[in-house]
Design a protein around this ligand. Sequence first.
Ligand SMILES: Nc1ncnc2c1ncn2[C@@H]1O[C@H](COP(=O)(O)OP(=O)(O)OP(=O)(O)O)[C@@H](O)[C@H]1O
Ligand SMILES: [Mg+2]
Length: 318
Amino acid sequence: MIEARGLTKRFGSLVALENLTLSIGPGEVFGFIGPNGAGKSTTMKILACLLTPDAGSARVAGYDIRTDGDLIRRAIGYMPDFLGVYDDLTVDEYLQFFAAAFGIERKKRKGVIDGVLELTDLGAKRHAMVDSLSRGMQQRLGVARVLIHEPKVLLLDEPASGLDPRARIEMRELLTELARMGKALMVSSHILSELAEMSTSIGIIERGRLLYAGSIQDAYARVRAGERITIALEPGGRAAAEVAAVLSRDERIAKVGVEREGGESGTERLVVELKAGKHGHHFLFELLLGAGARIGSFTPEGVKLEDAFLKLTTGALQ
Ligand SMILES: Nc1ncnc2c1ncn2[C@@H]1O[C@H](COP(=O)(O)OP(=O)(O)OP(=O)(O)O)[C@@H](O)[C@H]1O
Ligand SMILES: [Mg+2]
């Protein structure tokens, strides 16, 4: 559905994209990961025919980006990293506007909008003002908007940015459902862990160069998962389940598990999996103490996925 060969794009003397080659098939969720300025949005704009590459070629939904721009625009849904601001519009009016823009017949519009609202779980917000929606709902509305014309290929630029863990799970479910419908998805993020669970394959880009592309299983097999820390709790403090609930609300934490050793009265342990980032793990002490835990031991294990990717690649991915 997406075949890019040797794509190169310069802005003046800056090489924003260098010889990028990748391919994405139907039902695939390609997680496109890289730090700010890596070239993710540039790649997506080229594939959406909003930018012309200086070299290389690409086919999207079977069409050539250099000659078939109109056909590609009809076959894809491109969600840019910034949604426009639409004051004084309800969700329904917003989608009606785009349905009209996509040339969907007036009498079919209601059915189409019903469909995308159901898929994105926004039915209850149909008559709410767009600017009254939470960030997560606005992101889902952004996806709803690009589904209106039933595209086969979706290019979603940072759809999960700024979402809380719950909204991220909802986004993940939505994208997984779209992949199950046979669409090809390219989804960008600057945080690997944000996409790791929803992607079937990933690409790591830095300074315009694709450093790694392959299945997520291969990636996991080659590196260890995100940093995990095991914390034994001493009796006399808050119960592990309560501490876990506090920790799981923190944005830097991916997962918190509770383990118990030696029956009902045994030692309780928390197994915390951190998200990738520059935060290290020392912030956990403060969180744990703040939550009323009594720390018996604190054992970091494993490595951050991002660090591990450093070993896979020669780049300086943050
Ligand atoms: N229209 C433009 N004119 C000049 N330089 C540009 C233009 N668009 C992008 N660039 C440059 O190209 C490089 C890649 O930018 P791009 O927006 O593709 O990065 P990105 O991976 O999407 O980053 P982010 O995570 O911040 O969204 C950057 O150095 C950027 O400054
Ligand atoms: Mg970008």
